[in-house]
Write a protein that binds this ligand. Structure first.
Ligand SMILES: [Zn+2]
Length: 242
């Protein structure tokens, strides 16, 4: 894999290994966090606006189901964040492989910060994977590039995030086998990969829905707070459940 000499980060970020991703789970804590995408699935104006943004970002064709997945992910990330990505030149390509090409990439799901392109193969198109890759894109556009073609990521330069990542790794390394087995304190295996994946996984968990958002809150409050500030204005409301 190519390494960027300038930023010290990988030039492309890949989606989590499907096998090592944690499954969403139901948490019954005292606070429930919901966003408009979770609460109301019948907001035609928001649906239309999300579709328009996705259409502007697409550099390839997308089928009905592909469009539906992309639009759902866009609504979950929040339209102000999607507009930020669009304005900063981020584009989405549904990657259809040439069946005769030697280097076939049927399972590609990556964000390329140099070209500002999110490439995703139809068979990897799920809301979670799109949110993870959009998380990399958001990480990219929130920090100005050094120059065109020399991207700088917020997760690559922010000491606060680096500290949160280091603490998370230490916590997971020190887990007892019992806690590791039951995923106590471990909200994502893939988040331990590096700072960039840690942040992308955090954004995915935060945006995916109230269950995962609360799981992140319970197991990594520091990152929850970091992502919450980063994604503002995120359309979620806080509800006291008990
Ligand atoms: Zn990634």
């Amino acid at each position: 894999m190519r390494i960027s000499m300038i930023t010290g980060v990988r030039s492309r970020f890949h989606g989590p290994d499907i096998k090592t991703s944690l499954r969403p789970s139901e948490d019954h804590g005292r606070v429930v966090l919901k966003d408009s995408a979770d609460i109301g699935s019948t907001l035609p104006s928001e649906e239309k606006a999300a579709k328009e943004i996705v259409n502007k970002m697409l550099t390839s064709s997308a089928g009905f189901l592909e469009m539906r997945t992309l639009t759902k992910a866009a609504r979950k990330l929040g339209l102000p964040n999607m507009e930020k990505l669009l304005a900063n030149g981020v584009r989405i390509a549904v990657h259809r492989d040439d069946p005769f090409a030697l280097n076939r990439r049927l399972f590609v799901a990556e964000y390329d910060p140099v070209g500002k392109v999110l490439r995703i193969a139809p068979r990897r198109l799920s809301v979670s994977t799109v949110l993870h890759e959009l998380g990399h894109a958001l990480d990219d556009v929130l920090e100005p590039d050094k120059s065109p073609g020399e991207p700088v990521l917020k997760s690559g330069v922010d000491s606060g995030l680096k500290k949160l990542y280091k603490d998370y790794c230490e916590r997971t390394w020190n887990l007892s086998w019992w806690n590791r087995l039951w995923k106590q304190g471990l909200w994502s295996d893939y988040a331990t990969e590096n700072e960039h994946e840690y942040l992308a996984e955090g954004i995915m968990f935060f945006a995916r829905g109230p269950g995962d958002r609360e799981k992140l809150h319970k197991n990594d409050e520091g990152l929850w707070e970091y992502v919450r500030k980063m994604m503002a204005p995120f359309p979620f409301r806080k509800i006291c459940a008990f």
